[in-house]
Ligand binder design. Structure first.
Ligand SMILES: Nc1ncnc2c1ncn2[C@@H]1O[C@H](COP(=O)(O)OP(=O)(O)O)[C@@H](O)[C@H]1O
Ligand SMILES: [Mg+2]
Length: 404
């Protein structure tokens, strides 16, 4: 067993590194380069540091997520194999991933790289930065919310939940074809196939349900509250009066959530001016007693899709005529029919010791058929599951993991 030593990319900036049989260089951050020591493109999260890598063979960029000691665990191997099934769902591009093994880290002399994840680099900005730096118009904001709601609804329809939806875990990019919204930080995704994390998230500050004490987001309804807060931000922050009231990296501070305040009334008015059904969804979230009591994400997606259609008369407050006029976006295309995920609808279990590593191959459950769901946990959390057998298939998407 190697002693843990925190990974420092400084030793690798002038040479290549081979990870999972592919040769990379660390991309340098020209913002900090100017005359001083070179530094790698680097993003800091709560559990990990993320660096940008460039593959030497085809020049594509990838993210290397290096966990801190507490989160550097071999569980990422099992999760990566299962996430590879979900990578075809809209918004889950980072699920295509490989995990650096402890042996590989040992051979490199970099114990801190054990169980680090290599995944596609997602262009764009986390929503928290996007709203600050891109100042999206009202129409653009609505289009972003529509895409996000549809993707969250697709996840929920597959009985999957991201479990930590927040302004820093969602990356937004504008493109000629409409906004691209990608969820990142997916290691603790909920699904019946996945093992329950040791310490599942109850939501990032400003996104956790205030009345769900003892209930984590690791459950099928896990994204309902955080998703509603994020969508509310997307629908209202373009308005200066709301934007001024942002609390830190989220619109609401924890003690403002589900509370009747001047801010919540203002946000509600903004939603009502947009479309009454968005305001009534917000009301249901605000008066909810827990995650399952919040509207299903499909209800948000359907309500927001309706924004592209002719509006019924809107009662209540209206926007002043000089405010930026809303051009209804083209109706969203029918939901991408997400590929049938393997029977996520019933509980399964992954093997205790899955084949190591990285071969992030799709997994196919085989008979015998799935046992009936267990009785719900009174805490609201879903227990880790019993029983699945699966066989790895040949990887269908190797393009980003070419040979050196
Ligand atoms: N695949 C990726 N592509 C681009 N940026 C990423 C990617 N993964 C993470 N990041 C950046 O790194 C930050 C931290 O990553 P994240 O996975 O959220 O770590 P943590 O689990 O520590 O919160 C993110 O907020 C984002 O800015
Ligand atoms: Mg994060």
């Amino acid at each position: 067993m190697m002693r843990y030593r925190r990974f420092d990319p400084a030793d690798w900036l002038d040479r290549t590194v081979i990870l999972r049989n592919r040769r990379y260089t660390f991309v340098l951050d020209d913002q900090v380069f100017g005359g001083f020591e070179p530094a790698a493109v680097h993003r800091i999260g709560g559990k990990a540091d993320v660096y940008q890598l460039r593959a030497e063979d085809d020049g594509t960029v990838h993210a290397l997520k290096v966990f801190n000691k507490r989160h550097s665990v071999d569980r990422h191997v099992t999760t990566a194999a299962l996430l590879n099934i979900a990578r075809l769902l809209p918004g889950l591009r980072v699920c295509t991933r490989a995990v650096v093994s402890d042996t590989e880290a040992f051979v490199l002399g970099e114990p801190g790289l054990a169980w680090a994840i290599i995944m596609p680099w997602i262009e764009g900005r986390p929503w928290a930065d996007y709203i600050e730096n891109e100042a999206p118009s009202r129409a653009e904001s609505i289009a972003i919310a529509q895409v996000t709601a549809r993707q969250l609804a697709t996840l929920e329809s597959k009985e999957l939940a991201h479990t930590d939806i927040s302004s820093t875990n969602v990356i937004v990019a504008a493109s000629g074809r409409g906004p691209d919204v990608q969820f990142i930080d997916v290691e603790e995704i909920f699904g019946h196939l996945f093992d329950k994390p040791v310490d599942p998230s109850a939501g990032t500050r400003g996104y956790g349900h205030p009345h769900a004490a003892g209930q984590s987001c690791w459950q099928p309804a896990g994204d309902r509250f955080a998703g509603a807060i994020l969508l509310t931000e997307m629908l209202t922050l373009h308005a200066d009066a709301i934007h001024e009231q942002v609390a830190d990296a989220s619109l609401f501070a924890p003690d403002e959530l589900c509370a009747d305040t001047g801010k919540s009334r203002r946000v509600r008015r903004e939603l009502a001016a947009l479309y009454p059904s968005a305001a009534s969804l917000f009301d249901r979230v605000w008066s909810s007693s827990g995650l399952r009591d919040c509207p299903a994400l499909k209800e948000w997606a359907d309500a927001l899709d309706a924004l592209g259609r002719p509006q019924p008369p809107v009662p209540g407050p209206r926007r002043a005529p000089d405010e930026d006029s809303f051009v209804p976006p083209t109706p969203a295309p029918p939901p991408v029919s997400a590929p049938p995920l393997l029977p996520t609808l019933a509980p399964h279990r992954v093997p205790v010791h899955p084949p190591v590593v990285t071969s992030v191959s799709p997994l196919v459950p085989v008979s015998p058929p799935v046992p009936a769901p267990a009785a719900p946990d009174p805490s609201g959390d879903v227990p880790s599951n019993p029983g699945i057998t699966f066989v790895p298939l040949v990887d269908v998407d190797d393009s980003w993991r070419a040979q050196p």
